[in-house]
Design a protein around this ligand. Structure first.
Ligand code: ME8
Length: 520
């Protein structure tokens, strides 16, 4: 047998200048769903996430709190780790950019770029947004209240910066980048983001300031051979993706196996860094380029932008306490078109839990399994010849790996989940139409067949839903006595064996009941 194909996927690394919010949860959950999907589909997956400890934003927040950036990062980074654990994220590594391995990787990459002649010193003067940690051209800015200049897109305030810095010769990479977007049309997705980047690069690229004087910002990875400068936070942050594979050891097992990355999953606000600066840095350092950069949308709260000042920042721990981890994972994947913005609200979450999870898949599993327990001696029933209706629903479930593989190839997570639930609905209609409870008296053998077909369709749909709701679906597969070693997508082609003893059925997807309804 040939070795499984490698698949390397990463999230952005979050600024630990405060606790994680649901935007962070959304990104890591959807990336986890892709990683788990690929593993179940036979890939050898490596999944990296982490935190971005450096930068002026960290330094500024720390100062305002009367602490040091290191202490702030040390306080917040564990909260991101704890969030990942709570959300059942299957990452293989968690990187912090203050780690020694990362300093080594950044400095090596810098030296490679310098050796190419693409780093020089000069005076930078221009606009900088600390909140975005980004430089902007004058003609991109808008004007806010009191004449305050604002960054495009994010609307964050910019300040004038003037200092001696190192520059990266980004302008030299304009044509090479355009050639990259041309030859690899999937490099930037979705298409709307690709168009934005194409237009931006076509306008012409300026060289990029890539260091800060320690007198202005004494927090970052040191510039090799210069005790007076630290690297610009994005130079350091982007490098995390190769630090995680042991760079600069490009002959090491991890690097050889997993680089180039198959997918960088990030939010729409930071596509420019990943689709312009990152490939240019890698070209300069002669490192292979990642295959795809995907910019997902933003989660709003009841249609409004989340912000500390509005007071609508949602805590991932609170919502998973309220609704459960898997219902939230499901909600994010199903409710939001991947790549577009989405809205979070109590009502939409509850509707998804009750309509899809409790009523659709929960009911189907519960009704079929309790009938089997009662009427078939608690064993997978024997079946007779399949009718056209039996075959139709079984085939629809068997086709799911192939159908959803194409959707996942395009990163249409919402379509993949919708596709599985379409089969769940079909199975519910089948079950209701076949009326196994009536067959109990008239034709018990046929009842056994209908229950078998339903349980088998539940098994197939459950296998497909593991990436989205790993813990709940594991329970459901236990109820169907599916062995742990028979839960890959390729096992969909197999089927339940009549006579297999099943455990006592139990509900896996409870309805959400409002606390006031419980107490009244
Ligand atoms: O940008 N909805 O860190 P970050 C969805 N350190 N996603 C959101 C979101 C929202 N409301 N708010 C933020 C950084 N995100 C850098 C990344 S990568 C080398 C360095 C996403 O903590 C955001 O788009 O501001 C980004 O992908 C991630 O959360 C971390 O954001």
């Amino acid at each position: 047998m040939s070795a499984p194909k490698a698949f390397y996927i990463t999230t952005a690394i979050s600024y630990p200048n405060g606790p994680p919010h649901i935007g962070h949860a959304y990104e890591v959950i959807t990336t986890d769903v892709i990683a788990r999907y690929k593993r179940l589909d036979g890939y050898d997956v490596r999944f990296l996430t982490g935190v971005d400890d450096h930068g002026q934003k960290m330094a500024q927040t720390a100062k305002a709190k009367g602490t040091t950036p290191q202490a702030l990062a040390d306080e917040m980074a564990p909260k991101f780790l704890a969030m990942d654990e709570r959300l059942n994220i299957s990452n293989d590594d968690f990187i912090r950019t203050t780690e020694a391995r990362h300093e080594k990787a950044c400095q090596h990459l810098w030296e490679k770029i310098a050796a190419k002649g693409d780093i020089y010193t000069g005076t930078y003067s221009g606009w900088y947004s600390v909140r975005d940690e980004a430089f902007y051209d004058e003609d991109e800015l808008t004007t806010g209240e009191g004449g305050q200049k604002l960054a495009p897109g994010t609307g964050t305030p910019v300040e004038w910066m003037e200092e001696e810095t190192y520059f990266f010769r980004l302008s030299a990479y304009q044509e090479k980048l355009l050639a990259l977007y041309e030859s690899q049309p999937d490099f930037i997705q979705p298409a709307s983001r690709r168009n934005e980047i194409l237009a931006f690069v076509k306008r012409g690229l300026n060289d990029l300031s890539i260091s800060r004087a320690r007198t202005k910002l004494d927090w970052g990875v040191g510039v090799p051979g210069d005790p007076n400068h630290v690297m610009y936070v994005w130079i350091d942050a982007l490098t995390n993706y190769i630090t995680g594979l042991g760079y600069p050891d490009m002959d090491g097992d991890l690097f050889k196996r997993y680089w180039p990355a198959d997918m960088h999953i990030i939010g729409k606000d930071i596509v420019r860094f990943h689709a312009v600066i990152w490939p240019a840095m890698l070209m300069a350092a002669e490192v292979a380029l990642p295959k795809r950069v995907f910019g997902h949308g933003f989660l709003n709260v009841r249609g409004e932008k989340m912000s500390k000042s509005v007071g609508n920042v949602i805590d991932p721990f609170t919502i998973t306490d309220t609704y459960g981890v898997d219902p939230i994972r499901y909600f994010f994947c199903r409710e939001v078109t991947y790549g577009a913005d989405g809205s979070y609200s109590h009502d939409t979450v509850v509707n998804r839990i009750n309509a899809d999870l409790a009523n659709d898949i929960g009911n189907l599993a519960q009704r079929s399994l309790s009938m089997i327990a009662k009427n078939c001696g608690g064993e997978v029933p024997a079946y007779g010849a399949f009718t056209a209706e039996d075959k139709a629903v079984l085939d629809a479930a068997a086709a799911l790996p192939e159908k959803t593989r194409e959707q996942m190839e395009r990163l249409e997570i919402h379509s993949y989940v919708g596709e599985v639930f379409a089969v769940v609905s079909e199975a519910n209609r089948y079950f209701a139409g076949q009326e196994p409870w009536a067959l109990k008296k008239t034709d018990p053998e046929r009842m056994g067949t209908v229950l078998y077909v339903t349980a088998e369709v539940v098994r197939r749909c459950a296998l497909m839903l593991q990436p989205v709701m790993p813990a709940s679906i594991a329970k459901l597969l236990d109820l169907l006595a599916v062995p742990e070693g028979a839960r890959a997508f390729s096992d969909i082609a197999a089927s339940l064996t009549p006579g297999t003893a099943l455990p006592a059925p139990a509900g896996v997807f409870p309805r959400y009941v409002e606390p006031e309804a419980l107490s009244s």
